[in-house]
Design a protein around this ligand. Structure first.
Ligand code: SF4
Length: 290
């Protein structure tokens, strides 16, 4: 089995078998995202996918499988069901399948269809929310409104599938940072995901956002301003039960928290680090990465 192009997966899928059932991202317009720029989206033929499953199956057991690339949930329902059924048939020890989805690919599936996927071991969907700020969602061309993001997140959870939501610190630049943080706290509270993570924006050459930064239309907040955003999100978001992480390689201060239990402690920690302005408490720049 050969992977084509860059294959990304969530940190929690590090030990999963990664099966590339689609290539690229069907949306591919987010102004900050360098991952699939210049690549055409394509869904592989079912025969090819089955042949790849046949090829890797003898190396099992595999407890978890992750279906790549960008938003593989966009795969039409009959084909996605067939992939999940074939995985169940061929992969020994399979407990859970994970996949990236965006609001559009989730909302194209009805509640019933989501349940069909759940019955075939689709156990977690990773949704890039990025922000709850309606204006910013348009600026970054996320392709979804606040309402659509909330509806998509809730539809996943209503089907009994775990939801992992990601937001992006620094996305509003310096000027609108507070508005972005407050709206992001609100959208996370409204979605109420099982898992949430905050990544830190890295502006990558070749993206429209990089062009904005080069021409002075966008200013990246400082590491301490980014941490303030994280503090605002955590202080204002309300979860019924969420495992929150901000420990991606892009982040300046690694956080892992069970919310709401750890809320006060992490908000206090972030506040301490921000008020200290002590750079030695942050992950050094050379250790950060996408
Ligand atoms: S939906 Fe995700 S993968 Fe696709 S362009 Fe946006 S951020 Fe990138």
């Amino acid at each position: 089995m050969e992977y084509e192009g860059i294959v990304i997966r969530p940190p929690s899928e590090a030990e999963s078998l990664i099966l590339q059932v689609s290539l690229g991202c069907s949306h591919n317009r987010c102004t900050f995202c360098p991952t699939y720029k210049g690549r055409r989206f394509r869904i592989k033929d079912l025969d090819q996918i089955k042949a790849e499953i046949d090829e890797v199956a003898p190396y099992g057991p595999f407890r978890k499988v992750f279906l790549a690339d960008g938003d593989a949930l966009i795969i039409p329902q009959p084909k996605l069901k067939a992939i999940l059924e074939y995985l169940q048939e061929k992969i020994t020890g399979l407990r859970r399948v994970g996949i990236y989805g965006n609001a559009k690919s989730i909302l194209r599936k009805s509640g019933e269809e989501m349940k069909e996927l759940k019955e075939r071991k689709l156990g977690i969907i990773y949704l890039g929310v990025e922000t709850g700020d309606e204006t910013l969602l348009k600026t970054i061309q996320k392709g979804a409104t606040y309402e659509q993001l909330v509806e998509a997140g809730r539809r996943v959870r209503a089907a009994g599938i775990s939801l992992s939501a990601t937001v992006l610190l620094g996305l509003a630049g310096v000027e609108n940072a507070q508005r972005h943080a407050l709206a992001t706290a609100k959208v996370l509270s409204d979605i109420d995901p099982d898992f949430a993570s905050a990544l830190t924006l890295m502006v990558v050459p070749g993206t429209p956002l990089h062009e904005d930064m080069r021409e002075g239309r966008f200013r990246l907040p400082s590491p301490f301003q980014l941490l303030e955003e994280l503090g605002t999100i955590l202080a204002n978001a309300n979860f019924s039960r969420c495992y929150f992480t901000s420990n991606h390689a892009s982040n300046y201060l690694p956080i892992k928290a069970r919310l709401p239990k750890d809320k006060d402690a992490v908000v206090r920690l972030i506040h301490d680090v921000v008020s200290s302005h002590d750079s030695s408490r942050l992950r050094p720049e050379f250790l950060r990465g996408l």
